[in-house]
Ligand binder design. Structure first.
Ligand code: HEC
Ligand code: HEC
Length: 410
């Protein structure tokens, strides 16, 4: 008995001194008796494979450990926040606030990203400054605003004191010892298991074009998207056609195949707490301009408001207002958002084919300034685009127990 009580007493002292709320001491994760399978039933979409960790030994147990870590407030220095404070499952793993509060109620510099298939992203954060998920996952823990641990070593010591981790580390790695590598591996395994491709649009797309990504087949009428309403189909066509959204949000994840950055001509930062949109530049193929942001995936977009890197738009209507008539004529504006139709020789199509990452050209070959595009959506076009964006919601994903909070206190 002695051996049991001493660690318990230590735990009490530790938890009571770290967490403001002493009730936390009783908070143990409730997990299923049998660890569920975390491997996705959809190993790949149109040639984009979900991560190789799926082959890793003990994948399910590592993902389950990651689930506990993700939801555990003990991962912040003072026990105030967990990853899911800012990445809530019911909001597609975003937070319904422009900026989030970290462990001492300070505000983050940017809007909390939503997490949709994080395992297949090529660049993380709005400016794409991280390219490796395994090391990215612990950055928030060391961030002084977000979770505030001075070093990951002190987190390892913390976990060593929490009795519920020993069996979880043993199941995942063969012995109960936590380590920085294991914390990173378990968290990134959990995020890699967060596969979301079960929306209504996904189902229609998968049955219309099982092998090749072919939105053009839908546009020319050779393929039909069964299961979508007429309005949603019209939205799909606009998105991939006249409304030009797919120039950037193209591909089956609606994120420009994961490697597109652009300055979309937003007004100056409306939110004084948000960081000026300076891209650290060192990110993935850091050749985009300093104001360019990652093209976010639009999966689950109906749940992930507010929108943009600073959370400036509360609704999809406001986003559509921006693309319809709000694009600012800044020198760094992505050339795909200029209206090249009146410019001789250099048509928009040429630029689109050359692709992203271009020098931000704003002058046509005739020497005239080319204005930002004004799409001026009609009410019908707006409804259709919104209907299509709503059809990208994967309801099963945001209700999936395997990704939910195993602790009783949120
Ligand atoms: C206090 C709020 C907060 C907490 C806590 C937090 N995050 Fe975040 N997270 C953010 C913000 C804000 C961003 C966007 C930051 C940026 O782009 O500069 C972000 C971005 C991310 C991204 C990048 C997603 C993408 O598509 O680019 C991942 C992955 C992520 N967080 C995972 C985690 C994990 C794992 C934890 C816990 C260890 C965590 N976050 C804790 C606020 C938070
Ligand atoms: C030139 C490339 C480009 C085009 C064209 C484009 N987008 Fe975007 N989109 C982006 C980028 C980059 C962001 C993030 C910008 C930021 O936060 O500064 C974004 C953000 C968004 C967001 C917010 C997502 C979130 O999670 O906050 C939505 C919704 C959106 N776009 C929808 C659309 C629609 C609908 C269209 C067509 C009418 C469109 N986009 C056209 C590049 C583009």
């Amino acid at each position: 008995m002695k051996n049991v009580w001493i660690p318990c007493l230590l735990l009490f002292v530790l938890v009571a001194s770290c967490a403001k709320d002493e009730g936390r001491m009783m908070d143990q994760p409730t997990l299923p008796d049998v660890t569920p399978a975390y491997r996705s039933e959809t190993p790949q979409i149109f040639g984009i494979s979900f991560p190789s960790e799926f082959e890793a030994p003990r994948f399910d147990d590592r993902a389950q450990l990651g689930r506990v870590l993700f939801h555990d407030r003990m991962l912040s220095q003072n026990g105030a926040v967990s990853c899911n404070t800012c990445h809530l499952q019911s909001h597609g793993f975003a937070e319904p606030k422009a900026l989030s509060h970290g462990l001492r109620r300070e505000l983050t510099e940017r809007n909390a990203s939503h997490l949709a298939n994080p395992g297949i992203q090529l660049a993380y954060f709005w400016d794409g400054r991280a390219t490796d998920l395994t090391t990215q996952v612990t950055m928030p823990i060391e961030n002084h605003v977000e979770m505030g641990f001075r070093s990951l070593e002190s987190l390892v010591e913390r976990l060593d004191q929490l009795d519920y981790y020993a069996p979880l580390f043993t199941a995942a790695y063969g012995d109960p010892e936590p380590s920085v590598d294991r914390i990173q591996d378990a968290l990134s395994t959990f995020l890699s298991a967060m596969v979301t491709c079960g929306s209504k649009a996904d189902e229609a797309i998968a049955s219309a074009m099982p092998e090749f990504w072919d939105p053009w087949g839908v546009m020319d009428g050779s393929l039909t998207l069964d299961g979508l309403t007429a309005l949603e189909k019209r939205g799909f066509e606009l998105f991939h056609g006249e409304a030009q959204c797919a120039n950037c949000h193209g591909g089956p994840h609606f994120n420009g195949w994961g490697m597109d950055f652009a300055d979309i001509g937003l007004d100056a930062e409306p939110n004084e707490n948000a960081s000026t949109s300076v891209n650290a530049g060192g990110g993935f193929l850091g050749n985009w301009g300093p104001t360019a942001m990652k093209v976010p995936s639009l999966r689950n977009v109906s749940l992930t408001a507010p929108y943009m890197h600073d959370g400036r738009f509360a609704t999809l209507d406001q986003v559509l207002d921006h693309y319809s008539h709000g694009i600012q004529d800044v020198t760094t504006l992505d050339p795909r958002l200029r209206d090249w139709s009146g410019s001789p020789l250099l048509g928009g199509d040429i630029l689109i084919d050359v692709g992203p990452g271009l020098f931000p050209i704003s002058i046509g070959l005739d020497g005239n300034e080319v204005p930002p595009v004004q799409l001026n959506f009609t009410p019908e076009e707006r409804l259709a685009l919104k209907a299509f964006l709503h059809s990208l919601t994967d309801h099963a994903f945001v209700q999936d127990e395997r990704f939910s909070n195993p602790f009783t206190t949120p």
